[in-house]
Design a protein around this ligand. Structure first.
Ligand code: BJW
Length: 251
């Protein structure tokens, strides 16, 4: 199976990788669903919806600061690194990620579309176009927060409204331009690698089917079955930090 997938990659002109939380699991970043997943311990409707933020922005920020601390300590793993190298080997390669952890770029991937945003950015809840990069030591968002209590939701330095993490919560639309670019890449692909996602969150979960309907072959890399498994042309069962480098050795 691994050899046939390697041959399909070698023959492809346009490859799309769709990644989810599972690719970062071996970097120590918890997934959302399944054993040890965040949604086993936390309720999405209390933390990852616009209503939750309106109700208790301090609680939401506490959760995101805790996750930022975990992600700050994480390094890209062999799976992220393989995809970064693959980009250089394939004529057209697009990485579509649901992950907000930024580990793909840290691994060296360049053509990355972050469909659910990035945990290191925040933006004004009143004026969404006003965004902040909080990664560089203490960003403006953190500065603003420290004026109040360290646990409080930070405020926009320009207008005083609350800042929010620049991620996509349930019930919110994905950035139209990013989603359209992702759909165009999916339609253009000869081969789609779907890696470490439970494939239950839409619209991203529909991208492999969109690609397949346009003629692409679909490869799933996951430690367990997902709703996508039955329509995948190839299924590589195992941890992505093991499976992806093994695949690369056959290229
Ligand atoms: C490994 C591994 C290893 C582990 N190696 N593998 C159509 C049908 C039904 C519902 C909807 C629909 N359209 C929209 C909806 C509603 C909703 C939705 O999809 N709900 C479903 C859950 C039912 N979608 C939305 O609300 C989206 N918005 C939207 O559609 O807007 C429409 C709209 C238009 C106009 C106006 C208004 C609205 C937004 C979705 C946002 C999702 N947000 C989150 C949080 C992001 C921020 C944050 O991180 O805090 O995104 S939820 C969470 O799930 C996160 C993830 O990106 C996302 C997907 O999870 P993922 O990555 O798949 O992780 P897991 O944990 O689920 O799976 C991990 C996998 O890895 C497992 O399979 C493991 O087996 C595997 N694994 N170790 C390989 N080592």
């Amino acid at each position: 199976m691994l050899t046939r997938v390697a041959e399909a990659i070698a023959a492809a002109r346009a490859v799309v990788a769709v990644t989810g939380a599972g690719i970062s699991a071996e970097s120590g970043v918890p997934t959302f669903r399944g054993a040890g997943g965040l949604w086993k311990r936390f309720r999405p409707e209390q933390l990852a919806t616009p209503e939750a933020f309106a109700r208790d922005p301090d609680l939401v920020w506490e959760w995101y600061r805790w996750r930022r601390a975990m992600i700050a300590a994480a390094r890209p793993n062999a799976g992220h690194e393989m995809l970064a190298r693959l980009e250089a080997r394939v004529p057209r390669f697009t990485l579509l990620t649901q992950n907000v952890d930024g580990l793909h770029r840290l691994a060296g991937s360049r053509n990355v579309l972050e469909l659910h945003g990035n945990i290191w950015r925040s933006r004004c809840s009143a004026e969404p176009d006003r965004g902040f990069d909080d990664r560089s030591s203490r960003g403006q968002a953190e500065e603003a927060a420290s004026d109040a209590s360290p646990a409080a939701a930070p405020r926009c330095p320009s207008c005083g409204a609350r800042l929010r993490p620049d991620v996509v919560w349930f019930g919110e639309p994905l950035d139209t331009r990013v989603l359209e670019a992702a759909m165009a890449a999916a339609r253009d692909a000869d081969l789609v690698l779907v890696i470490g996602t439970s494939a239950v969150v839409y619209p991203v979960a529909a991208l492999p089917s969109i690609a397949r309907a346009a003629g692409a072959r679909v490869v799933e890399v996951n430690v367990e079955d997902t709703p996508l498994t039955s329509e995948a042309d190839f299924v590589l069962r195992g941890p992505s930090a093991i499976v992806l480098p093994a695949l690369e050795r056959l290229l």
